[in-house]
Design a protein around this ligand. Structure first.
Ligand code: G4P
Length: 284
């Protein structure tokens, strides 16, 4: 499985993000808390260079709380300033701003020592599509429903918005493309809705999700679909069981595999079955 990002587009997107980074003191990277590794573009580390980084594990309401704690510790140990939150909640700025203050303290102290008058901390949000960048920005700006786009690069016509007491935030995010290092990464991105459904075959995405749940949380998976499947079962029998239990049959009384596939992806993607983190800290 592969996805072809045009090298020209990638270079342009990168240049745009780099250009904007010059204007800010701190980068706020938004990741999906369910896939903190797969939703991170490694180029981010190169692009942001020595800028301090606040890492927002967004969509925490759908991630496994214990795994989130482990990811927070990992990011802290790397010298980043992480926080886990639900970007749709009010007051997220109260969680983000203190971290931006801490992350930039050294730089601002240095400026003050040189006699430079203190100014607002300038920040920029960066992330791959669908991790919640618009949600977070609109929430901070108290705007409703403005979608900031999904084309890698930086959306034009930027403005600074007041964010909390000491910070200004660029109202348009830097958008990076997702990385496709291996098949599992692609499936995780699809399962969480970070990439469009057409990029990875949907049946493979559903199978990946089912296998993950059968390994990590079989009781809840079985209870949710009212079936009794196990990790060792042939995956077709799991499809059959769900199809039967949910009455997903086509005209000839055959199981409608497409319907089961879509159902399972929808249920996992939207956190209907439970809270899951598909990237494990230890596996990095
Ligand atoms: P982006 O700018 O990074 O591309 O992402 P965006 O804010 O558009 O968010 C993508 C979807 O994720 C939106 O759903 C948004 O409501 C949802 N979302 C953002 N933050 C959170 C969160 O913390 N928890 C949960 N549960 N959902 C969150 P949507 O409007 O339904 O769009 P879509 O699902 O149709 O793409």
């Amino acid at each position: 499985m592969s996805i072809n990002w045009f090298p020209g587009h990638m270079a342009k997107a990168r240049r745009e993000v780099e250009e904007n980074l010059k204007k800010v003191d701190v980068v706020i990277e938004i990741l999906d808390a369910r896939i903190p590794n797969s939703s991170h573009n490694p180029m981010m580390d190169e692009i942001t260079k020595h800028k301090p980084r606040v890492v927002v594990l967004n969509k925490v309401d759908m991630a496994d709380p214990k795994a989130t704690d482990r990811w927070l510790s990992k990011f802290k140990s790397e010298g980043k300033y992480p926080v886990a939150l639900d970007g749709r909640h009010n007051q997220i700025i109260k969680k983000i701003e203190p971290l931006a203050v801490k992350a930039t303290a050294e730089d601002f102290n240095r400026m003050e020592e040189k006699g430079i008058r203190r100014r607002a901390i300038r920040a920029m949000i960066i992330g791959i599509p669908n991790v919640g960048k618009s949600t977070v920005i609109n929430n901070i700006a108290r705007k409703k429903g403005a979608k900031t786009g999904n084309t890698p690069g930086v959306t034009k016509q930027q403005q600074w918005i007041k964010a909390g007491q000491q910070m200004e935030l660029l109202d348009t995010p830097g958008i990076l493309w997702p990385k496709f290092e291996d098949e599992a990464t692609g499936k995780k991105l699809a399962l969480t809705g970070a990439i469009k459904d057409t990029v990875v075959p949907l049946d493979e995405v559903a199978i990946f999700g089912m296998q993950h749940l059968l390994e990590w949380d079989p009781e809840r998976f079985n209870a949710f679909y009212n079936i009794s499947a196990s990790q060792d079962d042939d995956i077709v029998t799991v499809f059959d069981a769900i199809g039967k239990s949910r009455g997903m049959k086509s005209s000839g009384n055959e199981i409608n595999y497409e319907a089961v596939t879509n159902r399972v992806i929808h249920d996992i993607r939207n956190g209907k079955i439970g809270r899951y983190t598909f990237d494990k800290v230890d596996a990095q």
